[in-house]
Design a protein around this ligand. Structure first.
Ligand SMILES: Nc1ncnc2c1ncn2[C@@H]1O[C@H](COP(=O)(O)OP(=O)(O)OP(=O)(O)O)[C@@H](O)[C@H]1O
Length: 507
């Protein structure tokens, strides 16, 4: 099959390698691939090209993504966890809840290719559970010489290991790296396909200007991700990972850093606070939810118009034998004070024209995913309405209902049932939540440095141009305010470097 001329050299090689598996009688060493490339290298473009070609050949392709936002960028994509029924509570022996003979099992048997985008975000145990389920469906033994990964299905995973690793509660460096796909028994069985040419920013003349240390913006961003920017240590016995931020990107700190930062990112706010395109293009990002809330509260106070407050209904559910005692010990008033990452607050204050982020995958088919941003256009009693900002469904107005969320947090001896609109204001968002968003103007607010692998890289790679990036850093007095930490766990992706040279298989 001819390689499409629209692809660059690396994309063409990857295309050839994958498509080769659909041609008759080839010598096959592996049918499991990982497409590795940083943001803008054309992974999505390549998935679409492969999809188009296999469609022409009449093949079935299942497309999934680890996050709702990534799923909205690919045709007919769904979220991997729901598509493959991956258990939420997972351990080393888990499999997916896919029964033989069901329509889903038949669909998997009939599929020629599985594409899974943003794979590095997902815990390796999830891939291992899918591997077990596929082997079961395909009647392939899990051990011994007959074993083939994913039961012999051709699988193309993709993503960037420079970004944040799977979230593991209270994990240190070792546990975080151990959760990565690169630590799975599956990893040595995959063929890595590399993309490194940035197709998104290279054409932009402004980005070709040197911004720092002889590098242009795309190169600098990538060196941040690779953890190869020159770094210092300011605290004895602490890691040498403090890097200098280009002067041109700095906002000087003041006594009122939030006001200073937001007035730069949301310039002309009083005139433009109701413009969806203005809100779509910008956001502040910061490592923790506490600072996100501070920024959002400040911005809400600047919006003209009345506030509408929505309170959740909170109840608790427990199977414990002393359920009565637990209910007495944790009254509703106490439950209302609890906050959980990724869940709505008990009290949500909103105004028309405020931007919110959806916290649940309500209906990915119409763009309502965990991470979708919307501008509020209607605040009713039973329903709120928003205009989707960004992505494939940009500009669509949708209704958001109240939903019941079961919050199972190991710190508490109960499951909290919270009935609330699954939204949070998003003039600012955590760096982890910003993964997958593309913006024109981003203010990175660091009242404390980042605390995890890939966070600084995710933050700086949200924008397409150096001009769109602003930092406000508040450091201890002994550390200059143009330095911040760049945490990179090299061991999470060092195994990828040795596979950079891939030779094209014979066609
Ligand atoms: N071969 C190509 N020819 C023309 N344009 C391309 C090519 N490859 C990619 N692009 C364009 O470059 C931009 C970035 O590509 P794409 O979105 O596929 O990158 P990505 O690696 O998926 O990025 P991210 O990880 O940030 O989602 C898009 O506008 C895409 O259309």
């Amino acid at each position: 099959m001819p390689v499409p001329t629209s692809l660059n050299e690396q994309q063409a090689l990857a295309f050839q390698t994958v498509i080769n598996y659909f041609l008759p009688a080839q010598t096959r060493s592996s049918s499991f691939f990982f497409l590795h490339g940083h943001g803008g290298t054309g992974k999505t473009f390549l998935y679409r090209t492969i999809l188009g070609h296999l469609k022409e050949l009449g093949k079935i392709v299942l497309v999934v993504a680890s996050s709702g936002i990534a799923a909205t960028l690919l045709p007919n994509a769904t979220i991997a966890h729901s598509r493959f029924k991956i258990p939420l509570e997972i351990d080393h022996g888990s499999s997916c809840n896919i029964k033989k003979g069901t329509p889903l099992a038949e669909l998997i048997i009939g599929a020629s290719l599985i594409i899974w985008d943003e794979a590095p975000m997902v815990h390796r145990l999830s891939f291992e559970a899918v591997d077990r389920a596929f082997c079961d469906i395909m009647k392939v033994p899990l051990t011994g010489d007959q074993y083939i990964p994913f039961g012999g299905k051709t699988v193309l995973l993709g993503g960037d290991f420079r970004q944040t690793l799977p979230i593991v509660a209270d994990a240190g460096r070792e546990e975080s790296v151990d959760a990565s796909l690169t630590r799975s028994y599956l990893w040595p069985l995959c063929t890595v396909l590399h993309l490194s040419q940035n197709m998104r920013v290279t054409s932009d003349a402004a980005n070709q200007r040197q911004i720092f240390d002889g590098q242009n913006f795309a190169e600098w961003t990538l060196s941040v991700g690779d953890g190869i920017v020159r770094a210092k240590s300011f605290v004895e016995n602490q890691p040498t990972d403090w890097i200098e931020i280009p002067e041109s990107s700095m906002i000087q700190s003041t006594d009122a850093p939030i006001e200073k930062m937001t007035s730069e990112i949301y310039s002309d706010f009083s005139q433009r606070f109701h413009s969806a395109s203005y809100l779509t293009e910008r956001s502040n990002v910061t490592p923790t939810n506490i600072n996100v809330t501070e920024i959002n509260t400040h911005m809400l106070s600047l919006v003209q118009g009345p506030i509408r407050t929505y309170f959740s209904s909170d109840t608790l559910h427990t199977d414990a034998t002393d359920a009565g005692r637990i209910e007495t010990k944790y009254p509703t008033e106490f439950l209302n004070t609890l906050s959980f990452n990724g869940y709505p607050e008990h009290q949500i204050d909103l105004k028309v024209f405020t931007p919110v982020m959806l916290l649940r995958n309500l209906n990915p088919a119409i763009g309502l995913c965990n991470g979708t941003r919307l501008m509020i256009v209607f605040l009713g009693h039973y329903v709120i309405k928003g205009l989707i900002m960004g992505g494939t469904f940009n500009g669509k107005t949708v209704a958001i209902p109240r939903v019941v969320l079961n919050i199972n947090d190991s710190r508490w001896p109960f499951v909290l049932k919270r009935r609330q609109f699954p939204v949070r204001l998003c003039y600012a968002m955590t760096i982890n939540k910003s993964q997958g968003q593309t913006l024109q103007s981003v203010g990175i607010y660091l009242p404390k440095p980042v605390f995890n692998h890939g966070q600084l890289y995710v933050a700086v790679s949200r924008v397409r141009t150096a001009a769109g990036l602003r930092f406000l850093i508040v450091n201890e007095p002994n550390i200059p305010s143009n330095y911040t930490r760049n945490i990179v766990y090299h061991e999470a992706f060092s195994c990828l470097r040795n596979t950079a040279e891939l030779t094209a298989p014979p066609l």
